[in-house]
Design a protein around this ligand. Structure first.
Ligand code: UT7
Length: 330
């Protein structure tokens, strides 16, 4: 019998920039790549890229408004706003307080969770714990990224992979026996240098030299990250199932972090979840980091793939390394 209060996802929403950048367009931008290479190695065909009038706050607010409308919750009713992001509009203050101001959520306590691609999933687990502790009744959890603003558009190892977007969920208590069944989180900071922004932070503040060499942009050792992602996400699926006392055949839908189709397929194979029960949209959005799972969840609901009683497993992996998983009964 579940000891903690039932915390459910009462509404979801997402927003992406208008501009779609297709694989075929990179060549004209002077990047030595091809649609064939990107599709075969990653499954990505296109991604959305923010324009001058779009910001992390504007996309987050659009996603949040949709989620709140579905949940029937007003901004004034939010007790807490948690934003998972590694690409905030400003380095100080947090993206969450900017979103709070944009929504007019005057009562809410607002803060960010910086766990890169695992940011939304970490935020969900912090929110569940806050509700279990009696600190909040209604929480908005957003995963949002403008990675196009922090990647090096001359580095083909990274710039073809990422996209921009925001996904939002409203969490409330449930009186029925549905909601979060299990949570799992892990980190390993010894591997931080495999995926990071080497300079431009407080340790080595921005200089003309850092700017010229581009060491403030995202740098990634893709092959090593790939191996760690498959290993960690596979293990996280096992842990979430154990925690929920379920087996893989109980899972109706697996929504993994959308970084690479090959990582998704390897994780699903390990978890013993057949392809038709795995949600994939990496082809249309690329890797939107912390936004990827909540965008995918919102699309899955819109497509009728999540209904009352559906059991969904989320699994994420990102820079840090950070990873985790969650099983939810809708
Ligand atoms: O969100 C969580 C964090 N991120 C991830 O999970 C991403 C994890 N990594 C990956 O998805 C894959 O490792 C990549 C898609 C980044 C790369 O795929 P790969 O099969 O691991 O390729 P690779 O890194 O082994 O590179 C193969 C070759 C290299 O050339 P050489 O050294 O073999 O001559 C690269 O220089 O492909 C080259 N390459 C490219 N070629 C065309 C790298 N990027 C590109 C590109 N277009 N965009």
């Amino acid at each position: 019998m579940k000891q903690r209060p039932w915390v459910m996802i009462a509404g979801t929403g997402h927003a992406v920039p208008k501009r779609v950048l297709r694989n075929e367009e990179f060549a004209a931008m002077g990047i030595d790549t091809s649609d064939e290479w990107i599709r075969e190695r990653t499954g990505i065909r296109e991604r959305h890229i923010a324009g001058p009038g779009e910001s992390l706050t504007s996309l987050s607010a659009e996603a949040a408004h949709k989620a709140m409308a579905v949940a029937g919750v007003t901004a004034a009713e939010l007790d807490m706003i948690i934003v998972g992001t590694c690409s905030p509009d400003r380095l100080l203050p947090s993206a969450a307080v900017e979103l709070q101001a944009a929504l007019g959520a005057t009562r809410a306590v607002a803060f960010d969770v910086d766990a890169a691609c695992s940011g939304w999933l970490y935020g969900m687990q912090v929110a569940e714990a806050m509700m279990a502790a009696g600190n909040a009744e209604t929480i908005l959890v957003v995963g949002a990224e403008l990675l196009s603003r922090i990647v090096n558009w001359k580095d083909r190892n990274t710039c073809v992979l990422f996209g921009d977007g925001a996904g939002a969920c409203v969490l409330t208590r449930s009186t029925k026996q549905r909601g979060i069944l299990s949570c799992y989180m892990r980190s390993d900071g010894t591997l931080a240098n495999l995926l990071h922004r080497p300079k431009g932070g407080a340790a080595e503040p921005m200089t003309a030299e850092i700017l010229a060499e581009g060491s403030h942009f995202v740098h990634m050792k893709g092959r090593e990250v790939f191996k760690n992602a498959v290993r960690s996400m596979s293990d996280a699926c096992d842990r979430a199932l154990d925690g929920a006392k379920l087996s893989s055949s109980d899972i109706d839908l697996l929504i993994p972090h959308q970084a690479n189709l090959r990582i998704i397929e390897a994780t699903a194979k390990h978890a013993n979840v057949p392809r038709e029960k795995v949600f994939v949209n990496v082809d249309r959005y690329g890797n939107t980091s912390a936004a990827s799972i909540p965008i995918a969840l919102d699309e899955a609901i819109a497509q009728g793939r999540v209904k009352d009683g559906t059991i969904v497993m989320f699994v994420a992996f990102g820079a840090g390394f950070t990873w985790g998983s969650m099983v939810v009964r809708f």
